[in-house]
Design a protein around this ligand. Sequence first.
Ligand code: ATP
Length: 525
Amino acid sequence: MSENPKDTAVTTPAKSDGTKATAAGGATLTKDAADGDVLLKVTGLQKHFPIKKGLLQRQVGAVHAVDGIDFEVRRGETLGVVGESGCGKSTMGRLITRLLEPTGGRIEFEGRDITHLGVGGMRPLRRDVQMIFQDPYSSLNPRHTIGTIVGAPFRLQGVEPEGGIKKEVQRLLSVVGLNPEHYNRYPHEFSGGQRQRIGIARALALNPKLVVADEPVSALDVSIQAQVVNLLDDLQQELGLTYVIIAHDLSVVRHVSDRIAVMYLGKIVELADRDQLYKSPMHPYTKALLSAVPIPDPSRKSARSERILLKGDVPSPISPPSGCRFHTRCWKATEICRTTEPPLAELRPGQRVACHHPENFADQQPQDTVLLSAAKEAAELVSDEVLAQSAETSAAVAAELEGPAEPASGESVSKSAGSAESSSESGESVSKTARSASEATEPASKSTEPVSKSVSKPTEPVSKSVSKSTEPASESAEPASESAESASAEPASVDVSKTDRREAAGETGRQESAEESDGQESTDK
Ligand SMILES: Nc1ncnc2c1ncn2[C@@H]1O[C@H](COP(=O)(O)OP(=O)(O)OP(=O)(O)O)[C@@H](O)[C@H]1O
């Protein structure tokens, strides 16, 4: 069945009680939601699915589907959740709608702890928290009419809308752009997009405060996806809804979200405002995800080489890697990434990231320079341009934030500023800033500890990119001589190739802790 062309136009008729179906605030609510106006707060949320074996069904392990996540959702906003398949997005959605019982952590809805509410306790809450499911083909009972499906929440909650259930269901059908006359039809008589609209009508029936949509459009054709996404958008404006939208399609998430949480193997690795995240991602995983989004612009040939190919699959959530879970696929991973889990820290206002060596920001563990063997392999899949750019921005931000005399530190860094953004905006401005960065780091490299640090990733590809530059000779000549001059006294500017850099890093490691380094590589393998 083809889509009804009228479907795209969303009109919200008056409610049966005569009031206009517009929640206070509507569109402005999304923009102006105060920080303190938190609808949902999640702290340390965990879900471990037990693995049982044998006749006695003894537990032999657990799938760490969601493993300690913290976030909040403000009233009227849309939080997008992205990540690779199996990272725990759907499990998280089912936990916050309390379709699953959490193993640990806390869920607060409107300030009330709902973590372990029983069926009775949850009943009133079901009106306020609704879920839209991924597959519109299997989420509707084929033996029930649309009227029965959309009217079910009223019957289950014992709610009698003014004018009766039928009238209210027909109103809801027209809200989502379906013909109210189709009340008596069955799901198989509708197209995928229309079925998803039925699912949305059912979710909206009780006028919820929070709607969790799990991959709401991934099962639909691209043309229909846009219609459903726009419908969700319009409904939010008109009804003042708050959304958590789970998706793996970054372009969909970008379109609908105010803030975005990036999940990896049961953890949130980055949480930021949408524009900030797309403009200046800080977690290497976010950067890799964003680099995989196709750019529909043939004039941007360089976009291909900026693509980051991640090595291998996501590790098993049954025994996730130690430390930072991304360290087995990260091209920046050092020993500390293997041993110590980075906290989700607010490095920039509104941007939280869990990484020891963030992108577009000062290195949080600059003393840790020896790449893990897995990181060396992963770096082979990352283009020189990406490595150079990453190091340049880190060095530039470090210099801007720390000043010439102090080494980078997490604390001072967190007092950050938007200055980091400017450094990532354009290659030209970046290299200029990077040059001033390498100048600014001079005094730092004179102190004893940061000597090895100054050989590290942030600074050295600065000169590498400079030497590779095909830009005007005057541009490249100046820093090249800078690096040549300072090579002996200032390792920060040592000009090394990709392979040399690793050797240099390995050398440093051997000097610093040969045994540790050996142990680490064998463990890593
Ligand atoms: N009921 C369950 N019992 C055991 N393991 C489960 C269960 N549900 C999910 N898992 C496991 O938990 C992990 C996270 O699954 P989840 O469906 O939340 O991932 P996802 O990010 O939503 O993936 P996708 O995008 O493919 O839907 C997976 O490894 C999955 O196999």
